[in-house]
Design a protein around this ligand. Structure first.
Ligand SMILES: *Cc1c(COP(=O)(O)O)cnc(C)c1O
Length: 360
C-alpha cells in the first residue's frame, strides 16, 4: 500500500437532505386545495422517515395547529418539540400502559374500538374513528349506537374515518365510504369531521369536511396514481462515489453476475446499498443522477455498495455525490421502479439514511 500521500477528505456516507421549506409549501398547497377546512399534518413514523422534530416545528411555525402520530411515544417527541398548544392526535389510540403519557403530554387519543372507549373512560377530549370500509381500525357499523352511548360524557374533538382507495380519484369505493361517513356522523352532530388524507383531499370539496389530514403530500408525493406537479420534493438522498473503473466488454457486475458489459464501459462504485434502505428490487431498475444524466444501476444491490454506469461522464470521480432520490430522481418514479409505494421508499430509504447519518 502506498501511504505517502494521505487521501483527500471526502464524504463516505449517503446523506439525506430534508427541505423544510418544501414541506411547508406542500402544507400550504393543501390549504389552497381545501380552503374551507383546517389542514392537519400527519407526522407518524418520524415524518415518514424525514424527521418529525424539525418537520413539526417548521409546520407549526407556518401555522399548523393539529398533528397526527401513530403512537403515544411519537406524540411525546412531537409535544416536546412543539410545546403546549398544538393538538396532537394519536391514531392508534390509548393502551392501558400509556394512559399516564396521554395525560402528561396532553395527547388526544383516537378511539378505535369499544374497548378503547371504555379504557379512556372520558378522561378528556378524544377523537372517534369510524370504520367505513377499510376494516382496519375504527368502530364498525354494528357498534355505532353503543359507541355513541358510551361517549355521551366525552368531548369529541373529531369524528374521523379513512379512505381505502383515494389514490384512484374515480374509485367507486370513495363515494361508498363518503356516504357511510355522513350517515354515521349524524349520531355525533356537534363534533368536527375529518375524512380525507393527501389523496382524498384531491377528490373534491365533498371530502374535505372540517379537517384534512395530509401526510405523504407534505413530503412530496401526490399519493395519487397520477403525478401532481404542485408538490415539491422534500427529501434528497445522495451517496458518494468510492471508485471509478474501466470494465471490458463481457465482464460482469456484482453478486450473481446478473448483468454484464455489452461493450467497454466506465462504472462507478457508490457507497449505497440495502443496509441504507436502497431496496434490492432496484437492481436493473434504479438510477443515480450525476451531472444532469441518469446513470443506471448495474447488477445487484450489495449491502453497502452499488455499481452505476458512468460511461462518457467526465464528472464521475471518487468523492463526487450522486443523487438517488430528490428533484432529479422523483419519489414516485423511484417507488414505481422499486415495485413499491412512495410511503415505503420514504420510511425505509430516507428513514434508514437519516438514522445512519445521525450515528455517523
Ligand atoms: C397515514 C394516515 C393519514 C395520512 O395519509 P397520507 O396518505 O400519507 O396523506 C391520514 N389518516 C390516517 C388515519 C392515516 O393512517
Amino acid at each position: 500500500m502506498n501511504d505517502t500521500a494521505p487521501p483527500p477528505p471526502r464524504p463516505r456516507l449517503a446523506r439525506l437532505k430534508v427541505d423544510h421549506t418544501a414541506i411547508v409549501e406542500n402544507w400550504r398547497f393543501f390549504k389552497t386545495q381545501a380552503p374551507g377546512a383546517a389542514v392537519a399534518a400527519v407526522v407518524k413514523a418520524d415524518s415518514y422517515g424525514l424527521g418529525c422534530v424539525a418537520a413539526s416545528r417548521a409546520l407549526a411555525q407556518a401555522g399548523a395547529r393539529t398533528f397526527f402520530t401513530a403512537t403515544s411515544a411519537e406524540a411525546l417527541i412531537v409535544r416536546k418539540a412543539l410545546g403546549e398548544g398544538p393538538q396532537i392526535f394519536v391514531l392508534n389510540g390509548p393502551a392501558a400502559t400509556d394512559l399516564d403519557l396521554f395525560a402528561q403530554a396532553k395527547l388526544t387519543p383516537v378511539l378505535n374500538s369499544l374497548a378503547q372507549i371504555k379504557l379512556w373512560d372520558a378522561r378528556g377530549s378524544a377523537a372517534l374513528h369510524i370504520d367505513t370500509g377499510m376494516n382496519r381500525l375504527g368502530i364498525g357499523p354494528d357498534e355505532l349506537t353503543r359507541a355513541a352511548l358510551a361517549l355521551k360524557d366525552t368531548t369529541l374533538a373529531l369524528i374521523m374515518s379513512h379512505l381505502a382507495c383515494a389514490n384512484d380519484l374515480k374509485h367507486e369505493m370513495n363515494a361508498v365510504q363518503l356516504k357511510r361517513f355522513i350517515d354515521a356522523a349524524t349520531l355525533f352532530p356537534k363534533a368536527p369531521l375529518s375524512l380525507a388524507a393527501s389523496a382524498g383531499a384531491m377528490i373534491g370539496p365533498d371530502y374535505h369536511f372540517d379537517l384534512i389530514r395530509p401526510g405523504i403530500g407534505l413530503y412530496g408525493s401526490c399519493a395519487l396514481d397520477a403525478d401532481n406537479p404542485s408538490l415539491a420534493a422534500a427529501a434528497t438522498i445522495e451517496a458518494p462515489i468510492l471508485q471509478v473503473r474501466d470494465v471490458q466488454a463481457g465482464e460482469s457486475f456484482g453478486y450473481g453476475a446478473t448483468a454484464s458489459a455489452p461493450q467497454k464501459m466506465r462504472t462507478a462504485t457508490v457507497a449505497l446499498g440495502y443496509a441504507d434502505g436502497y431496496l434490492r428490487s432496484l437492481a436493473g431498475a434504479g438510477y443515480g443522477v450525476l451531472a444532469g444524466g441518469r446513470r443506471p444501476v448495474l447488477g445487484r444491490i450489495s449491502m453497502d455498495l452499488i455499481i452505476i454506469d458512468v460511461t462518457g461522464c467526465a464528472e464521475a470521480a471518487p468523492g463526487v455525490m450522486v443523487e438517488f432520490l430528490g428533484p432529479n430522481a422523483p419519489l414516485n418514479d423511484i417507488a414505481a421502479r422499486a415495485a413499491t409505494s412512495p410511503y415505503e421508499i420514504l420510511t425505509t430509504f430516507a428513514g434508514t439514511v437519516r438514522k445512519i447519518g445521525a450515528r455517523a
